[in-house]
Design a protein around this ligand. Structure first.
Ligand SMILES: Nc1ncnc2c1ncn2[C@@H]1O[C@H](COP(=O)(O)OP(=O)(O)OP(=O)(O)O)[C@@H](O)[C@H]1O
Ligand SMILES: [Mg+2]
Length: 1108
């Protein structure tokens, strides 16, 4: 359950000053101090938040705190700046009211911090999303950039805002931020050139020199040493607690997030560097003929570097520091500048350059953060303007700053009062006016168009003639002397006789926040804000684009002779615009108070706080708030808070809340004059009444707590008892159930045992009975089977006997019939049947034999010796005969295929076979050699032409043979030719016929049985041829030669057949002698052919190699 708290719970002092009792200055300050001591830095005056600067970080700005205050009513929690921010944001989002948050207070009171807290709170509670987060981040990151360039350390504040800032944050209808617009008000630019003692120039100068890298500094032609720059005061260059280097990194990062391009950042830093360089330019006088001094730049190094940085021609700038051109109505007059004027010009340039750079930064940030969507925006403005300042030496800037604060105070008074009044009118409550100090009179003193100080200053600046600050003061003295808030030595109102603190050349204004003494020196110049045209033109000539942008009036094409508006005039106009803007919005006030002047935590200086309380008009604020009614609250929350004080409203009131509050107040006997009923709120006049109500509520709450406690305890005990009782019943029930269950299970088990015994006994009995019956049945069946068996077997035996008898009868009868038939047919049957059966069987066998033979016939090759086996021995003769017939038949078939030539060859071969087969060992080797006949191709070969012509007949055989010499047994080659009628031996080389023997002269031929080629041609004794004796020859074609000789001899009809004598020893007739030629087995050792050797006169021995 959500715990509802209230501002009034655990309050330290009084959270809302309206409730302070008694109300006086002391109690007010005391309340602030009490709360401050307990770290309660925020206190309300109604809806206004008073913020005390704690000067230390407190753990009250955590994300948890943000969550705590989110969507909570203003008075629900203890005072906090978040409550105000939440109220403003929700009213913007839910009620569509533009809001402004006005943060006021003197310098160092915490305005800037407060504005950042408000922004961060709003950023945390509003919508989320990538785009929205980017917008938020850019809005938040604009702060470090502007603070670096616009804040500086002053004696009052180490981070004092030296410009006024008003930021409009724009939201869409959902309350998501869309963007923002920043307006800046009058930067205190005099600080660029000169800082009061104990103060610093703007932060950025120190940050740049401490935080930039060596490279960057070299590029910017800067040195890290602060002491090298005239514009940087040295006595407080470093501030404790401020890390300039780290801040520089933060600023660069922030610039990147906001959307500055890298070259833009570089340009900005170059201009900052240029300002520093400018401060270092010094001048010396140079005497002229006319007796005047003219300024000259002393050391041109810095000038040169600055010109290089900005891309300005050095001579142009140098001249601008020595001369000044005045243009008037088409006339140009050039005058020289003395040293003082040159310094003035230099400082004016530096101030202008810096302040224009600052304005450009604001414009550039605005470009980045401006809302993209064109829809209607809701706006929340946050105003953080420089605080009211009283220095020892106050000048034009302080005057302007304090004027701005006067205007803000006025708007505060007006709006607070009007808001209050409007609320009473809205709620229908009677209202009586309350007196308060209205600072309109001071505003009028400053801004009145006729005789206001600013108007007079402008008048003085524009007046022709000699114008000095003193003439301006004189004017003030005459015109404002009567004014009760203006003092000067010469004014009628002056108290210089008693008040010696009022020096010459000064005037004093009694501001709402105190008297401030202004030194009039510099007012005219600062208001004029004069920059010599020569300088702006020189700047415009720069190649640095940002520089040119900052000095548009330097453009010679746009020379404007009109004076620019004065600084005071501009500021008045912009403040006027701001005030009008603020008046259109719903204001939310944060009044910042600084507790001490030492920037220290835990110190509360009464006098200082009292002073601020006074001039901020806080007491009046409380009084106005309380004049009518000190406390107001809508009816619903009021009834919710106090409903326990009345029986009718407790615990619930059914009906309108207003009636409930009425009943409640009457019941509480609150006097009628103490409250008033508004339309939606109850107004309580006296805080005491509220406290009484609160007191009664507290007491009532205690009673209620006791009651609740009592009822709760009673309820708890009762519930406990009931629970115990219920539990006991449940336990008892469960136990009884358990016991019964046990008993039941025991009985059940016993029953089951008995049951099973009984059932067993019964079953066994029945089983016995059944078994007996079964045995009886089986016995009967067995007896019947035996009986039937006996019967059947007997019957079977009878049947078998009968069958045997029948069979015997049939056999006997058949035999008998057979006998009779055989007797009857014997004579026919035996004579023919035997023969026929035999023939038939024989036929059948023959048929089978021939058919079988047909399938097993051998091939048609005559040399195939296969023949099927003989199936029956009685067919042996036929089988062999058939084989022989088949062989002849197939030989005949084979022969039938031969041509005549082939036939002759085969006939020769056949003849050779008849002569030599099995007789001469040479024969088998000759079978495969074809008989060629004419080995010498005698007709074709021209070598034998002569021989050919000598032989008239056809040559049957022509070959080379060896003629064996009887003297040594050696052979000499001879051509051997055979014709039909004779054979011829001729010389192998010459072809000359050695011997031509007619065949009839040849009687026989002798050859050996061995494998040699020797043969002897024996001639008929007494013939003419025989004169030279027989021929012993040898030839490789012995078989063919002999066969052909034999054949030719056989075919010649007129002669006898030539004998072929085959024996290993024969006689050869050489002329007179007969020589025996003997063939022996085993030839010469190394030879493969037979060798003939003469053994003696009568014996030639031929050794034939044994056949392998
Ligand atoms: N809520 C806070 N918590 C912690 N410190 C704070 C708080 N508010 C202010 N301070 C401290 O006080 C210093 C001054 O505050 P801040 O700069 O906000 O003053 P200011 O009112 O803006 O002054 P000026 O008018 O000179 O700009 C801060 O630098 C910070 O140290
Ligand atoms: Mg500030």
């Amino acid at each position: 359950m959500e715990v509802k708290t209230s501002l009034l719970d655990n309050m330290i002092g009084v959270g809302d000053m309206v409730l302070l009792e008694p109300l006086n200055e002391d109690s007010f300050i005391e309340n602030l101090r009490k709360r401050f001591d307990h770290n309660e830095i925020y206190t309300y005056i109604g809806s206004v938040v008073i913020s005390m600067n704690p000067y230390r970080s407190l753990p009250i700005f955590t994300p948890e705190k943000v969550e705590e205050y989110r969507n909570r009513n203003f008075y629900e929690l203890s005072p906090h700046i978040y409550a105000l921010a939440d109220e403003a944001y929700r009213s913007l989002r839910d009620q569509d009211k533009d809001q402004c948050i006005l943060i006021t207070g003197e310098s160092g009171a915490g305005k800037t911090e407060a504005s950042k807290l408000v922004m961060s709170y709003v950023a945390a509670v509003c919508g989320k999303g990538q785009e929205v987060n980017k917008v938020k981040e850019q809005l938040l990151q604009s702060n470090p950039v502007l603070e670096a360039f616009g804040n500086a350390k002053t004696v009052r504040n180490d981070n004092s805002s030296r410009f006024g800032k008003y930021m409009d944050i724009e939201f869409d209808f959902k309350g998501d931020p869309l963007g923002g617009v920043i307006s800046n008000y009058l930067l205190e630019k005099s600080r660029v050139c000169k800082q009061p003692r104990g103060e610093r120039n703007f932060h950025i100068f120190y940050q740049l020199l401490s935080g930039a890298s060596g490279d960057t500094l070299t590029k910017l032609k800067l040195d890290r040493d602060f002491s090298k720059y005239n514009y940087l005061s040295l006595d407080s260059a470093t501030v404790s607690g401020l890390d300039d280097a780290a801040s520089f990194r933060t600023v660069r990062n922030a610039m990147q997030i906001v959307g500055f391009m890298e070259d833009e950042v570089q340009s900005v830093l170059e201009l900052v560097a240029a300002v520093l360089k400018l401060g270092n330019i010094e001048f010396k006088p140079e005497s002229r003929v006319n007796g005047f001094d003219e300024s000259r730049v002393k050391d041109k190094n810095d000038l040169k570097e600055m010109c290089e940085l900005l891309g300005i021609e050095q001579s142009v700038l140098e001249r601008a520091f020595s001369y000044r051109t005045v243009e008037a109505k088409m006339e140009k007059v050039s005058t020289t500048l003395n040293v003082a004027q040159a310094y003035y010009a230099r400082d004016a340039l530096a101030k202008n350059l810096y302040s224009r750079l600052f304005s450009w930064l604001v414009t550039r940030i605005n470009e980045s953060i401006k809302a993209q969507a064109k829809t209607r925006h809701k706006v929340m403005g946050v105003l953080d303007i420089y605080g009211f300042e009283i220095f020892e030496d106050n000048s034009f800037e302080q005057f302007i700053i304090n004027y701005c604060n006067e205007k803000l105070q006025q708007i505060f008074i007006e709006l607070t009062l009007r808001e209050e009044q409007e609320e009473y009118v809205r709620e229908g409550i009677e209202w009586t006016n309350i007196e308060y100090f209205n600072n309109a009179v001071i505003c009028d003193l400053i801004e009145n168009n006729q005789n206001g100080i600013l108007a007079m200053l402008d008048e003085e600046c524009l007046r022709p003639g000699t114008v000095t600050d003193d003439t301006f003061l004189d004017k003030l003295n005459t015109i404002c002397a009567e004014h009760q808030h203006f003092e000067s030595r010469l004014s009628k109102n002056s108290k210089f006789l008693t008040d010696h603190s009022l020096p010459h050349s000064c005037f004093r204004i009694q501001h709402y926040a105190g008297k401030v003494l202004y030194r009039v020196e510099g007012f005219v110049d600062k208001n004029n804000d004069l920059l010599y045209r020569d300088l702006s033109q020189a700047m415009y000539k720069a190649t640095h684009s940002l520089m040119r942008q900052l000095f548009p009036e330097g453009n010679p094409a746009k020379v404007n002779l009109k004076r620019p508006p004065t600084a005071g005039f501009q500021f008045k106009a912009s403040v006027g615009g701001l005030m009008r803007n603020l008046q259109t919005k719903n204001p939310n006030y944060i009044r910042c108070i600084k507790p001490n002047d030492k920037k220290a935590s835990h110190i509360f200086t009464d006098s200082l706080v009292c002073h601020q309380v006074r001039y901020l008009g806080l007491m009046e604020n409380v009084r106005v708030r309380r004049a009518g009614y000190a406390f107001r609250q809508p009816y619903e929350p009021c009834l919710e808070r106090y409903k326990m004080l009345c029986r009718q409203t407790w615990p619930h009131w059914r009906g309108p809340a207003r009636d409930g509050v009425e009943v409640l107040l009457i019941d509480c006997s609150v006097p009628a004059e103490e409250f008033a009923y508004g339309r939606s709120k109850i107004f309580i006049r006296n805080p005491r009444t509220l406290f009484t109500l609160e007191e009664r509520r507290r007491a009532c709450l205690q009673d209620l707590a006791t009651l609740i406690q009592k009822i709760y305890r009673g309820w708890k005990c009762r519930t406990h008892f009931i629970l115990l009782k219920k539990s006991q019943v449940v336990v008892a029930a469960w136990y009884r159930r358990y016991a019964q269950q046990k008993k039941y299970e025991k009985i059940k088990r016993a029953t089951l045992v008995m049951q099973s015994f009984t059932r067993g006994w019964k079953a066994r009995k029945i089983l016995r009975q059944l078994k007996y019956e079964k045995r009886c049945k089986e016995a009967v069946t067995t007896i019947a089977a035996y009986w039937h068996g006996t019967e059947a077997r007997r019957e079977l035996r009878c049947l078998k006997e009968e069958a045997r008898r029948k069979h015997a009868v049939a056999v006997i009868w058949a035999y008998w019939r057979g006998l009779q038939v055989r007797r009857e047919y014997r004579k026919f049957f035996r004579a023919n049947a035997g023969k026929k059966i035999y023939c038939f069987i024989i036929q059948r066998i023959m048929q089978k034999y021939f058919l079988g033979l047909k399938t097993t016939m051998p091939s048609m090759s005559p040399i195939d010796n296969t023949w099927s086996a003989q199936p029956y021995s009685f067919l042996e003769g036929a089988h062999t005969e058939l084989r022989r017939i088949f062989h002849f038949w197939r030989c005949k078939k084979h022969r039938g295929q031969f041509t005549e030539e082939k036939k002759a060859v085969y006939e020769e071969k056949l003849e050779a076979s008849e002569i030599f087969k099995d007789k001469k060992a040479l024969y088998p080797s000759s079978v495969s050699q074809p008989f060629k006949g004419d080995y010498l191709e005698i007709q074709k070969n021209p070598k034998y032409q002569k021989l050919n012509s000598a032989v008239e007949e056809k040559v049957l055989l022509a070959d080379v043979v060896n003629k064996i010499n009887r003297a040594n047994g050696k052979g000499s080659p001879r051509l051997f030719l055979l014709t039909k009628s004779n054979f011829v031996l001729a010389d192998q080389k010459t072809g000359q016929v050695k011997a031509s023997v007619p065949l009839p002269d040849l009687t026989s031929v002798s050859v050996s049985t061995q494998s040699d080629g020797f043969f002897a041609l024996k001639l008929k004794e007494g013939s003419a041829s025989a004169a030279k004796g027989d021929f012993l020859l040898s030839s490789e074609h012995l078989i063919e030669i002999i066969t052909k000789l034999h054949r030719t001899g056989t075919t010649a009809a007129d002669k006898d057949q030539i004998n072929i004598d085959i024996s290993d020893e024969f006689l050869v007739q050489f002329k007179q002698d007969k020589v025996c030629v003997k063939f022996i087995q085993g030839g010469p050792k190394n030879g493969t052919s037979a060798a003939c050797k003469r053994k003696n006169n009568r014996l030639l021995e031929v050794s034939v190699p044994s056949s392998p």
